[in-house]
Design a protein around this ligand. Structure first.
Ligand SMILES: [Zn+2]
Length: 468
């Protein structure tokens, strides 16, 4: 398999440290809010990378952290009058609700900063011992100038960075150099804090990933992943911390996914083009979002709009139709020739497996892989009928499921409501509303929504549509 390695700026053959074993760390969410469509991309992309490795016979150790110590969490706690831990615990739960909806499997472990303070303190102590960090009155900083290969990931010379950094208005006079970054922050009143050799305080952001990756996966890992926006400074700093501690390479492959734009503009709260996954889930099944994100190769930018999501929904339902057709014929199979051999055209479907694999081996090209799925789907649909024997139908389903499972699409077993059933439920809801039984009317509305039916109350009565 070839993967684009940001560190080398080219596609490289993936060679793991241990045969058939992958150690992978991906930066997880800061848990102070519901996550948005941009955050969702790495979760989905690295979930597929993990599934694909497992598909081709690797054992995968996959760590994705929760940043549960952060200014944003502290601010949110202050706003809501609850503790930072209550904020982070709440949004960790919500993370799993949305990740489940997107079909993102649990990582091997999801460590939290608050539960790994010891590992963080140990690493900072080691960095001080190695001359790469210094304590100024309870704040500990990384001494960037001492780490010779600083900038190797983001391909920036420290000189250029220095010019940039000193050009900023706010100069922290505590630091020896504007490029130095905080490893440990001295306690400000009312914040979360822990005892440390430098007094009470809390870790800076970057150190957590270095410490947790080392604790859970060891000194050198195969893959470190995340969004492109993390390359600098976060991942550059992670390299400085980890390699400064162990004197060994930190990660052999650095994999970064591209951005998501909203209606061709950069996503921003102020422009109002900001969508959380939770919001989107009110309108459309989240599997469609997953399908949509995988319809582009992971490094390419994606443009997101509701219209494009609708198109994705239509495309995904074509794949569902293929599966449903196969299942229908299998249930109503009139060809009782159970001894019948698998038909030749079915045997030749293995060519799609081969090209699917070729696409995925080429830097996880899920766009191509989906195109292969549609070709497979087309051939199946045009070839099956009542005369197709059971073994052939079963083989078709098996190939189809094998490939869709790698991408984590067409994963739902939906019981489709018939139109008459929908009409009947709408009528029951109308009666409930007339009787002012709004709890009942809401219940029916929710039940329909769960089955993918959205109601719209208009002047001409209730209209409904299928959204999945
Ligand atoms: Zn990180």
């Amino acid at each position: 398999m070839r993967l684009y390695n940001t560190l080398k700026q080219r596609k490289e053959e993936f060679i793991p440290i241990n045969e058939k074993h992958v150690k992978m760390y991906v930066c997880g969410p800061t848990v102070y809010n519901f996550f948005h469509i941009g955050n969702a991309r790495p979760f989905i992309v690295f979930d597929v990378l993990r599934r694909y490795f497992e598909y081709i016979g690797y054992k995968v150790e996959y760590i994705q952290n929760f940043t549960d110590v952060d200014d944003k969490i502290i601010n949110k706690a202050f706003e809501e009058g609850i503790s930072p831990t209550e904020v982070s615990e709440k949004y960790i739960k919500e993370y799993f609700v949305d990740a489940d909806g997107l079909g993102v499997n649990r990582a091997t472990a999801h460590p939290k900063v608050s539960e790994n303070i010891d590992a963080i303190i140990n690493m900072i102590e080691k960095l001080i011992e190695n001359g790469l960090a210094y304590d100024v009155d309870g704040n500990v900083y990384y001494r960037v100038a001492k780490f010779k290969s600083y900038g190797k990931l983001s391909k920036q010379a420290t000189k250029d960075l220095e010019n940039g950094a000193s050009g900023r208005i706010l100069i922290n006079t505590e630091k020896e150099d504007p490029l130095d970054f905080a490893l440990w922050k001295k306690e400000k009143s009312g914040e979360l804090s822990w005892d440390s050799p430098w007094g009470k305080g809390r870790p800076g952001w970057h150190i957590e990933c270095s410490a947790m990756s080392r604790k859970f996966l060891g000194d050198t890992i195969d893959i470190h992943g995340g969004g492109q926006d993390l390359i600098f400074p976060h991942h550059e700093n992670e390299i400085a911390q980890s390699e400064g501690t162990t004197n060994k390479p930190f990660a052999n492959y650095w994999i970064h996914n591209g951005y998501i734009n909203i209606n061709n503009e950069k996503m921003s709260k102020s422009k109002g083009n900001f969508f959380t996954i939770r919001d989107i889930s009110q309108e459309i099944d989240l599997e469609v979002v997953r399908f949509f994100i995988l319809s582009a190769q992971y490094r390419n930018p994606i443009n997101f709009s509701k219209d494009l999501l609708k198109q994705a929904n239509t495309a995904l339902s074509r794949l569902y139709n293929t599966r449903d057709n196969l299942l229908f014929l299998l249930e109503n199979n009139r060809n009782v020739d159970n001894e019948g051999k698998i038909e030749d055209w079915v045997i030749s479907l293995s060519k799609y497996k081969k090209s699917f694999k070729e696409s995925m081996d080429d830097d996880l090209n899920t766009a191509e892989a989906l195109a292969v799925l549609f070709e497979l789907s087309k051939e199946i649909n045009s070839s099956i009928d009542e005369s197709t024997n059971r073994k052939s139908l079963e083989e078709c389903i098996s190939i189809f499921n094998e490939l869709t499972n790698v991408l984590g699409v067409v994963s739902k077993n939906k019981e489709k409501l018939l139109d008459v059933e929908i009409e009947e439920m709408i009528e029951r809801r109308q009666i409930a509303r007339i009787n002012k039984d709004f709890a009942m009317s809401d219940l029916i509305r929710d039940e329909l929504k769960e089955k993918g039916i959205i109601l719209e109350d208009t002047r001409d009565g209730v209209k409904w549509k299928r959204v999945q």
